[in-house]
Design a protein around this ligand. Sequence first.
Ligand code: ZN
Length: 468
Amino acid sequence: MSLSFYNTLSKKVEQFVPIDPTGKNVGLYTCGPTVYNYAHIGNFRAYLFGDTVKRALQYCGYEVNHIMNLTDVDDKTIRDSQLAGKTLEEFTAFFTEEFKKDSAHLNIVPPSRYTRAVEHIPQMIELIEALIEKGYAYKSNDGSVYFNVRKDTNYGQLSKVTLANLEKRPFGRDESSAAGRIAKDEYEKENASDFALWKAWDENDGEVFWEPKGLLGGRTSIGKGRPGWHIECSAMSMEYLGAHFDVHTGGVDLIFPHHENEIAQSECATGEQFVNYWLHNEWVMVDGKKMAKSAGNFVTLRTIIKKGISPLAFRLLMLMSHYRSPVNFTWEALEGAENALKRLHSHFLEYGGGGSVNEKYTELFTKNIENDLNTPLAIATVWDLIKDPTIPSVDKKVTLLNFDAVLGLGLAELKKETIPVEILALADMREQARKEKDFDRSDELRAEIEQAGYTVKDTEDGPVVAKK
Ligand SMILES: [Zn+2]
């Protein structure tokens, strides 16, 4: 097997080779949600992508240690918890639970470990200490600590942003001045800037602060405050996966500044390469614009569920596009995906058990997955298998079940519904009427079936009856 991924670091599709000399274990880190609100489906594309990467690695025989962080302290969580009149802990606990529920609806396998930022403050302080000691970070007048991007000659290796704007400044820039420094967790400018590793407490932070001295037994000069967002992911990924690990995933919007800054902090602190493969998924778009909380054009999973659409239809819709292509979200597209999902489920339920895996289709499917996770082609293979009249249906069933280890479309959990014989008889009579082109009669029979609480759908393989 040879799994390959497009690596944002090299801008090439590369064969995946794990760091582990036994070739078995893989470390995977996915940037998780900031738990200050419900995640929207644009966010969920990234978590579905991380899940697909994990499932593909497992399908290819690797043991995956998957870490996902929960950002439960940053500018946004502090701001919105105060607006809600709740403690940071109460506020983020609620949205953490909602995130886990939504993930379960989407059949996202929980990571090996969720890591909460607030539980890893000492590790973050240790990392910041190491950066100060090595001359990559400095304290500003207010007691915040900043990363000095000019000192990192590799800065920009992932995003290709340049240091040009910093170099234009007079030599010997006063490090205590505010020039070129950014205290916010998120910034838009496509130019490198010194960013906050530790933010000194101010009154806007209210009750949210840590006293590093107490946490590290007095051996730090960092004062009361809280971590910046970027340092959180460096500290937590290295805590569980080591200073150098295999795969890091996230949305393309995280390439700069978040991932660039993660690399800078981690590599300058340890002197080692941080991550071998950086994988990024594209955006979900609405009318040509990125779906975003700030743009107000977002849809949450709750809305999808309220409309009576299966969350797995959204999963299938995402799989129908390559992860490196933007997806334009429309309700029509989602409904189309739901119809396809229902067809897949009803085919699967019709097949009997006891078959064996079909090698030809498995080879095709595996090739598509191995080729930079080409899920649209893998889904096409699913339909080709279903339509192939030369393959016994019992073989189709086990083969599809194998594919679903990667796709996660809920086949293993499907239970065959028992449709009462009188309903099946009505469906047969309706089919007969249709064949005889007696459409008035067939409409009457459909109404009767629906009144009894069932639906009948005409597919290319004949009518499919299901409970409403
Ligand atoms: Zn992150």
